[in-house]
Design a protein around this ligand. Structure first.
Ligand SMILES: Nc1ncnc2c1ncn2[C@@H]1O[C@H](COP(=O)(O)OP(=O)(O)O)[C@@H](O)[C@H]1O
Ligand SMILES: [Mg+2]
Length: 421
């Protein structure tokens, strides 16, 4: 058996400088041996792990497969296995079936085998670490994956924008962000880009002293340390870059003013929800061109239809290689209002309808006035299922039919899911 040459035990160059803090990721380790679990847990005393939420579980690969049949996977999975090398790929294939997009996997094995190593890396596993080892090997591997110079930014960006002011994009953005934070149990950042009138602070009953305006006016001075100070906590797993919501100054931005902020937040938080105001200007257009997913929130009337159509056409032509924008119809069924039928609306603007939310003045009014999410005001309400469906779709947890059909059969395609960013 050929030996795997590794740098285990050595510190990565960035890590040894002590400067590379890991982002706010979730890590779950499934161990077979209690010594391994202890070793994984001991990584928490490393300061690079300060913002990482790590849990260890028993049961190794089998335990992980059982767990993730029904639960979302974290940003990083560490799996210990004592299986013989030839059985590991098949067992991992079963696990891959339940892995959410963006989840990375580190396998902790007891066999030093370069053939197995190469095979695992080729099929999407991020790292194979041979046990026994030291805690620092784990931390260095995690830093390499999530905080090194060549690590892909971890943050998935999702923009919500209304087809017409007041259609409810902020409300849908905040409630969908809440649904994602609760269901995925991952850190979510809401960026309220509506400087003068933004409602994210109000909707979460927060009045933080700093927020997005400080970030954008800091320009080049903004770094992750400063960003951390500007972000406030709004609820469990929900972080906020709140808008000032005042008219003390005017907010005229250059086209690229938000670019650096978005790039920076992507290195520190796995899910970023941008609450974009209903404006058409350089920085809105530029922001829309860079996001992973865009959700257009519209009411089912003619003005919304006209605007949504312009937005969809423009966004599609501006970013032909990115996912098409998605549609949420909101405030549907407003008493006495003549409305355009949902299917007709979606097909007229050639956009996939991912949610339809009924008008409910009492429910939404109570939530807004209390500074609460709908799920807090009325946890059993069916509308929460719609928010969950939107969040599942934009976070990539549920995939469109066509894609679902295309994936599956064969090790490589299944394992590719592990690689999805
Ligand atoms: N489905 C709904 N039923 C009733 N009221 C709603 C609904 N969705 C949003 N609202 C209310 O509509 C108003 C405008 O919503 P908001 O999210 O601020 O819109 P936008 O961000 O598109 O301007 C808010 O008062 C909000 O509480
Ligand atoms: Mg708004």
């Amino acid at each position: 058996m050929s030996e795997l040459k590794s740098n285990q035990g050595e510190q990565a160059p960035q890590a040894s400088s002590g400067t590379r803090l890991l982002p706010r990721i979730t890590v779950q380790a499934f161990c077979e041996k209690s010594q391994t679990a202890q070793l994984v847990e001991s990584t928490l005393s490393d300061r690079r792990m300060a913002k990482v939420a790590l849990t260890t579980h028993n049961g190794g690969l089998e335990g992980a497969i059982e767990t993730y049949r029904a639960n979302p996977t974290p940003n990083l999975l560490m799996i210990e296995t004592t299986l013989p090398p030839e059985q590991i790929p098949d067992a991992l294939e079963q696990l891959a079936e339940f892995c959410d997009p963006g989840t990375k996997v580190i396998v902790l094995g007891h066999v030093n085998d370069v053939v197995l190593y190469r095979h695992l890396i080729r099929t999407g596993v991020s790292e194979y670490i041979v046990l026994p080892t030291e805690a620092d090997t784990f931390v260095s591997a995690i830093v390499e994956l999530f905080a090194s110079q060549d690590a892909e930014p971890i943050g998935r960006t999702i923009g919500f924008v209304s087809a017409k002011g007041g259609s409810g994009s902020s409300t849908i953005a905040h409630n969908s962000a809440w649904a994602a934070a609760q269901s995925l149990q991952q850190q979510v950042l809401i960026v309220d880009m509506d400087m003068a009138y933004g409602t994210a602070g109000l909707n979460f009953n927060q009045d933080p002293p700093y927020g997005i305006a400080d970030a954008v006016f800091a320009k080049e001075k903004l770094d992750t340390v400063m960003l951390d100070r500007l972000i406030s906590k709004a609820a469990s797993n929900i972080n906020l870059l709140a808008a000032p919501g005042t008219l003390e100054q005017v907010y005229d931005f250059d086209e690229g003013d938000f670019e650096q902020i978005i790039e920076l937040v992507q290195t520190t938080i796995p899910l970023i929800v941008l609450d974009i105001p209903h404006l058409w200007c350089g920085w809105v257009r530029r922001t829309l061109s860079t996001l992973d997913e865009i959700v257009i929130v519209a009411e089912p009337d003619l003005a919304n239809l006209r605007n949504a159509k312009s937005m969809v056409d423009t966004i599609k032509s501006m970013r032909p290689n990115e996912p098409d924008p998605l549609l949420v119809l909101n405030r549907v069924g407003l008493p006495k209002r003549p409305e355009i039928a949902s299917a007709e609306f979606a097909s007229a603007i050639e956009c996939t309808l991912v949610g339809e939310i009924l008008f409910d003045a009492a429910l939404f009014g109570t939530a807004a006035n209390n500074g609460q999410m709908i799920a807090e005001v009325s946890s059993g309400n069916k509308v929460n299922e719609a928010f969950l469906k939107i969040s599942d779709r934009v976070t990539g947890r549920s995939r469109p039919e066509s894609e679902a059909r295309a994936r599956g059969i064969g090790l490589t395609s299944l394992m590719n899911m592990l690689k999805r960013a």
